[in-house]
Design a binder for this molecule. Sequence first.
Ligand code: AMP
Length: 220
Amino acid sequence: MSLNVVMLGPPGAGKGTQADRLAREHGIPKVSTGDILRDAVQRGTPLGKAAKAVMDAGKLVGDDIMVGIVRERLDQPDARRGFILDGFPRTVAQAEALEGILAGRGPVVVLLLDVPSEELVKRLSSRRVCGACGANAAPNAPADARCGQCGGELVQRRDDSEAVVRERLRVYEAQTSPLVEHYRGRATFFPVDGNQPPAAVYEALREAVASAGMPAPRTA
Ligand code: AMP
């Protein structure tokens, strides 16, 4: 059986970090729509050109574009055994489209990371990422540290300035938090306390995946 996961939660809740680890342990791809868009911006593709200003303002890229990107990505052979979606869906329309994309591909496990908003502002405005590969730096990394993955320079994400962070949180409340109600009634919906050390969050996510009757990690 494939493991199909949606990571839900506000910006800064730790979705990307936890999705990376789940994906690695299960040998399935993490599909981060934010990463796909940032890559397009960096390469200056038509998609990147269209998305850049929207992302810099902390708003959402249009549903049609996003659904097209995800449909194509989940159609790739490596996603057939499962995937961890990070940052999609972000609107009810995207969630409905995802249902169509996944018809016949087994249940979706929805993992919601709950973190209070003041903690999110703190995390995001102090977050540094690698300018070369996009990996998150450890929160306590010294000022002159380099990327632990590729040695690249650590920078602040353009949309992690405090003003844009507040806008992203507002957009989350308005457009993405309704998804919590959309998914809440399902047997495979799991809220997890994201305001604890990453290792404890990961254990809680693992338990949720196991209690959904999903396959154990490949390497466990
Ligand atoms: P993230 O890395 O998930 O925080 O995404 C960064 C930015 O990319 C967001 O603030 C949006 O502008 C855009 N984005 C990423 N995923 C989506 C999506 N599913 N729908 C619309 N916009 C998105």
